[in-house]
Design a protein around this ligand. Sequence first.
Ligand code: AMP
Length: 177
Amino acid sequence: MFLGPPGAGKGTQAARVAERLGLVHLATGELLRREVAEGSALGRRAQAIMAAGELVPDELMIAMLKARLSKPEVRMGFILDGFPRTLAQARALEAELGAEGVEAAVLIEVPEEELVRRLLARGRADDDEATVRRRLQVYREQTAPVVAFYRDQGRLRCVDGLGTIDAVEARLLEVLT
Ligand code: AMP
């Protein structure tokens, strides 16, 4: 599981590390953007919420994740990117995975000024300044408790997210292997 604020590089790094380690990359934001592009019922519900930088309701996200985890291709292992974003999601994940649980919760740390700089440079639909600020606030309010949840259990590993993509990837591989 890769944790960290928007702009920390979770998506870029999860894609690389998953490829390197032969794992499936499960990115809930990507899955949602696909639903929006397809105009599915879920996509239509999620679109405005995502555009505002808010979180899609837990019940929808938990159902989406459970559906993914029941597919055969995740059996070889997976990296979660963008989930869990709330304590309720973290608890649902723990319940779903049972005794084995999550093998590693890795926090990618990047200072806030750098996050804002990166997100504004990225130019995604939800990357305008007001939405970026809101997404960072949502992270502090709703997702930081998830980080604390894994830290309190002694299961959190922290990685410095500053530097080149290759350098951060090397640090991640080091804490994972
Ligand atoms: P991301 O690509 O991870 O930055 O996600 C983009 C947007 O999708 C977020 O700002 C949320 O609106 C939504 N989203 C992605 N994952 C979740 C999640 N686990 N819970 C709630 N909303 C999510």
